[in-house]
Design a protein around this ligand. Sequence first.
Ligand code: AMP
Length: 285
Amino acid sequence: MRIVRAVTELRALLAPERRAGRTVGLVPTMGYFHDGHLSLMRRARADNDLVVVSLFVNPAQFGPGEDLDAYPRDERRDAELAAAEGVDVLFAPPIEEVYPEGFATTVTVGRLTDTLEGDEAQRGAEHFQGVTTVVTKLFNMAAPDVAYFGQKDAQQALVIRKLVSDLDIPVRIEVCPTIRDEDGLALSSRNAYLSPAERERALALSRSLRAAEDAVASGTRDAAAVVAAARAELERAGVEPDYLQLRSASDLSPVERVNGSTLLAVAARVGRARLIDNAILGGEQ
Ligand code: AMP
């Protein structure tokens, strides 16, 4: 596996491959790999001739009070894990390679980005601006045939699909299932912040989603009733959600009833960690 720092080097490496008709799969990440990241790499490995994983903790998607400085990093371990998955290129640029002096452009996706995580009371629309700007750059740098994202960040996946469709970016987007620990906790680099007791409380998020799934499976369709079933699980653990919302899984518009595919999205702070999770209810996952 090659570790690449410069865009020119990445392009020089990929150009002959592409000319030879080989496909390129890209997995954008912020590192500190867990099985969620590795599942995307495996999928990319199975689908493509060449797999590029980007590792860049993107300052533009962190707000002023957020955990940019504390965000866990271990490039050496990440490189070993990626190599073991058969990744061809780990693209780990320094900040100045991505945002050189005088950088002045942002890419903004409208509508989907001012709600849930993008609500001003949450991370704000600037968070998604940071994501869509860096992802656009990564698409231009690596020109992948396919890029892989996790359903764990359901809103992000929708925003990226919209970005690619609105700007005619020639890449196929694949969204892969959320990987969980055996006890249900969705894997996240931020789980590293949790003490054992906090980790126990954090299980309330996935439990609340399961309670909602159970309610739907037993015939409940009314949004308020489904949300109440989920909320009860959070309350039992003393977890106050930042939001707990049922939305259309295709455009995030509010729904009154669970029908077809409906997204239940939850965010909550547990100790130092701000955690998110979601489930698709009443449809195919
Ligand atoms: P991150 O490094 O947290 O920015 O995540 C990089 C990619 O991995 C994103 O597309 C995430 O949605 C995805 N991802 C993160 N956690 C999980 C998980 N538990 N299961 C599946 N994908 C995940």
